[in-house]
Design a protein around this ligand. Structure first.
Ligand code: URP
Ligand code: ZN
Ligand code: ZN
Length: 463
């Protein structure tokens, strides 16, 4: 059955046109100033987008669903995260596959892919994390790339858990260069964090407010420079995830000026929250513990400016949901045991719209570029995803920029028991969200087919 979206303002990373969009068999087949519904096959669904914006489906390039981490597991599953994503206008998720030191990469890939296959209501793909680089890992990583996962992930942080030691980093980046796959990276120096954590705990500094001082901005900037140096020598393409502060942006931009192929990701929490949130009384600050940590507020301006200058390419979430009552409390006696993560997958687009576009920090094109198009381009999904054009998947968001509401945990479709943005007033809401031509969400509610999602197999992006 066809779908006609009529009368909206179609906004992409580059264009802004009043147009009708017609979709057939999962694909956009016509974009014209006016399409007469009478000329379309009987049964075509017509959606009136008058006064609304029509965006390409948003892509979140950085989420965690299945995440065994810090002695527990993130609380969402693919059913809950995909409902939350769609309600917020996100139609494609890229999940980090994060095996532990004793896991084999291929088995991990199959576990993660199986969980998504069972319950994803939106489309998805993965970044494949490596915790070691030996003969077996190398063989299996090649196999995983041949199965359509065209990006790796490395952690320079989380000593003894997820971090990839330097002696393996060079080999992994060399393989990535050979295969033409980009390496996404969490850039914080694991050794420095470990030493700082020990020092602070020994001084009796145990609360969530000490999380940021245990990994200050210089630790992240060192991580970015460190990774960039390895990329400089191997030629690998790199992508710094959840870049949180001016110093880290500067390190990445300096590397880019030296010729390193580096892209920068920001995530919603760093753009709108700050370190005082992790200083809230009564252990409430634990809700705001993530890594890299929430920073001094002045860094928000650096992030928004870098977005406007297109130095930062993407905005993701790093959605990593841990229950406040059941999981964050594991760190009551020591901030080092608070599971790290702030969930935002449902709120991302409305937060960026409210605090980015409505305030004039960025324009609509930058919103679309950072929340959709660049992720598609960088990770080999473009133009199937990330834009509104004939031949692209019919992943569309009819967006009401004037809708006002208050964010609450009650309205959240994530399984987590708190909303980091509780009580915030936001402007804008995804009124209709389609995945390959099928309406999956309406007016902020999931209304679709729980098994709609497919894994997007990606080709290497560069040679
Ligand atoms: O705090 C965070 N970011 N938790 C999830 C794991 C990671 O580092 O991305
Ligand atoms: Zn990370
Ligand atoms: Zn993450």
């Amino acid at each position: 059955m066809g779908l006609l979206i009529q009368g909206g303002r179609v906004i992409t990373a580059t264009d802004d046109d009043r147009a009708d969009v017609y979709c057939e068999h999962e694909t956009i087949t016509r974009i014209e100033p006016r399409i007469d519904p009478a000329s379309l096959p009987p049964g075509t669904e017509v959606i009136d987008a008058t006064g609304k914006l029509v965006f390409p489906g948003f892509i979140d390039p950085h989420v965690h669903v299945h995440l065994p981490f810090m002695g527990t597991n993130a609380i969402d599953d693919w059913a809950s995260i995909s409902r939350a994503s769609l309600a917020g206008g996100t139609t494609t998720l890229i999940e980090m596959i994060c095996p532990g030191p004793d896991d084999e990469p291929l088995a991990a890939f199959e576990t993660w892919a199986g969980l998504a296959r069972a319950h994803a209501a939106c489309d998805y793909t993965f970044h494949m994390s490596a915790v070691r680089f030996d003969e077996l890992a190398q063989r299996q990583l090649r196999e995983i790339v041949s199965r359509g996962v065209a990006s790796f992930k490395v952690f320079l942080a989380y000593k003894g858990a997820l971090d990839l030691p330097d002696e393996h980093l060079f080999g992994l980046l060399s393989l990535a260069k050979e295969l033409g796959v980009i390496v996404t990276a969490h850039c914080e120096n694991a050794e420095l964090i470990d030493a700082m954590q020990k020092r602070l705990l020994a001084e009796g500094k145990t609360g969530p407010e000490w999380h940021e001082p245990s990994r200050p901005t210089c630790v992240e900037a060192e991580g970015v420079h460190h990774l960039a140096t390895f990329a400089e020598l191997t030629g690998a393409h790199i992508y710094t995830v959840h870049t949180s502060c001016a110093e880290a942006i500067d390190a990445a931009v300096a590397a880019r000026r030296r010729g390193v192929n580096v892209w920068i990701e920001a995530v919603a929490p760093h753009l709108v929250l700050d370190k005082t949130d992790a200083e809230r009384d009564g252990f409430e600050g634990a809700k705001y513990v993530m890594s890299p940590p929430l920073r001094e507020k002045s860094n928000q301006r650096a992030l928004w400016n870098a977005l406007r200058a297109r130095e930062i390419s993407t905005i993701g979430t790093d959605h990593a949901p841990f229950g406040f009552a059941t999981q964050k409390t594991m760190g009551r006696d020591a901030f080092t045991k608070i599971p790290n993560g702030i969930p935002s997958v449902q709120e991302r687009v409305d937060l960026i719209h409210t605090l980015g576009v409505k305030t004039g920090r960025i324009d609509y094109h930058t919103l679309v570029d950072a929340c959709s198009t660049q992720a598609a381009r960088i990770f080999g999904l473009y133009p199937r995803k990330g834009t509104v054009r004939v031949g692209s998947d019919a992943d569309l968001v009819v967006y009401d920029p004037d809708h006002e509401r208050t964010l609450t945990v009650d309205a959240s479709l994530s399984a987590v028991d708190y909303n980091a943005y509780e009580g915030w007033n936001v402007s804008g809401r995804a009124d209709v969200v389609t995945v390959r031509g099928k309406v999956q969400a309406r007016a902020g509610a999931f209304v679709g087919d729980q098994s709609r999602g497919v894994m997007l197999e990606r080709e290497p992006t560069h040679f």
